[in-house]
Write a protein that binds this ligand. Sequence first.
Ligand SMILES: Nc1ncnc2c1ncn2[C@@H]1O[C@H](COP(=O)(O)OP(=O)(O)OP(=O)(O)O)[C@@H](O)[C@H]1O
Ligand SMILES: [Mg+2]
Length: 251
Amino acid sequence: MQSQVITNSQAASVETTMPFFAVRDMHAYYGESYIVQGVSLDVRKGEILALLGRNGAGKTSTLRAIARTDDPQMRQGEIWLDGAPIHEMKAFQAARAGIQLVPEDRRIIAGLTVEENLMLAKVAPGNGWELEQIYQSFPRLAERRTQEGVTLSGGEQQMLAIARALARDIKLLLLDEPYEGLAPVIVQEIERILHSIKGLGITTIIVEQNAVAALKLADRAVILDTGEVAFSGTAKEVLDNTELRHEYLAI
Ligand SMILES: Nc1ncnc2c1ncn2[C@@H]1O[C@H](COP(=O)(O)OP(=O)(O)OP(=O)(O)O)[C@@H](O)[C@H]1O
Ligand SMILES: [Mg+2]
């Protein structure tokens, strides 16, 4: 085997090409049920990754494992965010390190107004977005700041859930089916918001059944099939590949 001398400039270039976020060979289980079966993915800073696949492919489980929830339990693999070993952390530590998961059910807190929901998120340590910045990006929430959060429409609740994630010290936004049950015009509004967040350097992984919408927004895509990566490439490659779309996305 040839020995290699790595010069300083080579080492530096290796460092700068290290992805902002990386999952390496992640395996996760619900009890003895083996669900996430060796998933690896990379996301660069400020990029949007669409995580797609059929029902039951393991998308939600992958997001939950990345956020270090107890269920599913990650038993093998590594997760790195901006140089931090997330795989060594518990869920609350991963959140402090900047991973914010917006689950499908949105979890708006009953009995609290829109603003109180946001203020509660700001209690967490670190530098999240200020209310003013949030209201600028989400004018609908500004108009409804004194309304009880759970009385918002589905689309407004999704906006509040995303805004709440931004109110915390965020580096990586994980969105599980943000467009579910929403009218196209509201989907467009949320797309605009996600696009503007991207412009501010937030890195996002979006899971969506509405694959076309997610792919139009995303830079890159990973398709999961029974807990494994079936495809990894650019969003455009998926949009242009009829076979891939038929086989895994039914579009
Ligand atoms: N709490 C759980 N206990 C046991 N098995 C689970 C649990 N949650 C999910 N599973 C199983 O794990 C597999 C992957 O589920 P997951 O929710 O990750 O899929 P998904 O890709 O998000 O699907 P969908 O598009 O329907 O949301 C499925 O077979 C599911 O039945
Ligand atoms: Mg799911």
